[in-house]
Design a protein around this ligand. Sequence first.
Ligand SMILES: [Zn+2]
Length: 429
Amino acid sequence: MRKNLLSIIFLSLLSLITINVSAQTCVIPVIIHVVHGGQAVGTYPNLAQGQLNSQIQVLNDDYAGTGFNVSLYPGSAFTAYATNTIISAASKDGLGRIKIANTNISFCLALYDSLGNTLAEPGIDKINYNALPTYSAGTKNPGAYSTNITTYLNNYLKPKTIWNPNKYFNIWVTDGGGGLLGYATFPAGSTLPGIPTGLGTATTDGVWVYGKSFGSSNIFPGGTYAIPYDMGRVCTHETGHWFGLTHIADCPASSDWCDDTPGGGYTMPAGCSKSYPLGVGTCTTYPSNSPDGEMFMNFMGYSDDCDMYMFTQDQANRMNTARANSPYRKSLGLHGLCPTSCVLGVNKSIIENNFTIYPNPAYDHFVIRIGTKQNVKIEVRDAIGKVIIEKSSSDSETVMINASALSKGIYFVNVTGENFKGVKKLIIE
Ligand SMILES: [Zn+2]
């Protein structure tokens, strides 16, 4: 599955040579800052790699609309609500239900740190709080803070540990919180209506999740979890906020700026497998009398982890709008930190004009010239997509590649700079 996806993305990148791509799966590099007090790896809160990695799998499944328990979606889910004229065709599936969206956003564990060094554990930054500078307002141990943990995080931990939010999606995982499971900064400059206060900044942008609610006990049972928030949905939910979504559970249904998320004032019962419909008629104002009840399976509601498994198309559109416009969202995926990169919203002329190859056709060497000095990563792939040459170069305007090992034929040169990514055809004679 993953392998197939990678090759699809590669073929799509090749198509940039001739066409502009407007819809593309975006791969967003994640760095997880795991804060601990010197415990052995695998002893809470120094979470095991398997628990951390499982969260990325949950994010990818949930944002593709294929996450755990998605098969529970009722065959007639919200079909009466969907007949409302305000619901667009794109929000419905073939059964006339409100559709479970594929957001076309995916995530990877970042391969490199901010200096370009390969991370021994991709996407993971372990931090012993004892080694951090003194916090003038209190202890350095996040486990000592309850709901006021946000002050500690925003004023101290995040500014001390954040990686460049133009390149990485920062996630902090710590003990503490006193019942708060997670919180996110909202996207600045998104152009979206209805964005609450609490915008991310250069020193705070990202998501925090309580350590026992990070990762999935389904995927990595050997971790430390707080049931019923043990299936990675806290991070899915907070990442939704980070992309500009608000909660759906309120009434009227339009209060989240998405028409296809039926709201309701129903108090959400705990536990799994709630019966559908739930809370029929509890939201009477807009756009109808909640004929199918509220969308308790939506990630932006308040169900337990096991009972939430969908975003809607309007929510996906809203997230992609933030992704395309917000300063700390729009360049994520363009720095070669994932095995594949995101090209959504990148202008074709920028891609094509940011580097040249000469001579081309080439014989035993060729040179890549970049418009401005920067760190670049170069991959030369053969016609079936296999990487033949890989090279990284820092602060460079020109990079010479020895081609003597390449046999005659057609190749594709994939160049990832700090603010662009592109592919050009190369002929070896
Ligand atoms: Zn929330």
